[in-house]
Design a protein around this ligand. Structure first.
Ligand code: FAD
Length: 137
């Protein structure tokens, strides 16, 4: 059976109190039940997320996420059929804003400031895949 891998990015809604731990707790609980894995990058302004699982579970989850008022301007990066998971251990890995991850931003964007709107689809995926290795997840 094939898997679906969906990547999107969005802006954090500054008018809503942001509790990243609460987002992660809900994401991990629901994703585990739906056999979804993935990773979430959050630097305080931008979210970048990869979701992997069955097409139906990814569709349901993505629609819920899009309707969430804690972020806005959601932009779909890609939605592909894949044969294996890149993030297979965690129901949702988390990459925070730290020195190590900022180093990856300059590697994949040629810019110190993270702006997913200016990065290619391949760079966005590679950034998260390498963050998983670097963060020893
Ligand atoms: P309920 O928990 O019943 O909530 C009802 C509504 O209120 C929903 O629209 C919900 O989005 C919103 N809401 C909930 N808590 C708050 C709050 N503290 N402040 C403002 N609004 C709130 N869910 C997953 O299942 N998997 C994921 O991988 C995942 N990743 C996410 C990534 C980001 C960047 C964000 C912002 C959210 C993510 N979520 C994820 C949460 C998702 O958006 C839903 O809130 C969650 O799936 C629960 O859905 P529900 O329909 O049961 O909503």
């Amino acid at each position: 059976m094939f898997l679906t891998r969906l990547i999107y990015f969005s802006r954090a809604n500054r008018e809503v109190d942001m509790d990243i731990d609460q987002i992660l707790e809900t994401a991990r609980r629901k994703n585990k039940a739906d056999n979804i894995t993935g990773a979430l990058w959050f630097d305080g302004s931008w979210f970048l997320q990869t979701l992997e699982g069955s097409r139906s579970a990814i569709s349901r989850t993505y629609h819920r996420i899009c309707a969430d008022p804690r972020h806005n301007a959601v932009q779909l990066v890609s939605c592909d059929q894949v044969t294996q998971r890149a993030f297979h251990v965690w129901s949702m890995a988390y990459f925070a804003d730290n020195e190590q991850n900022r180093g990856l931003v300059s590697k994949y964007s040629g810019n110190d400031k993270f702006n997913p709107a200016e990065m290619t689809n391949d760079s966005l995926f590679a950034l998260m895949a390498e963050a998983e290795i670097l963060n020893k997840i």
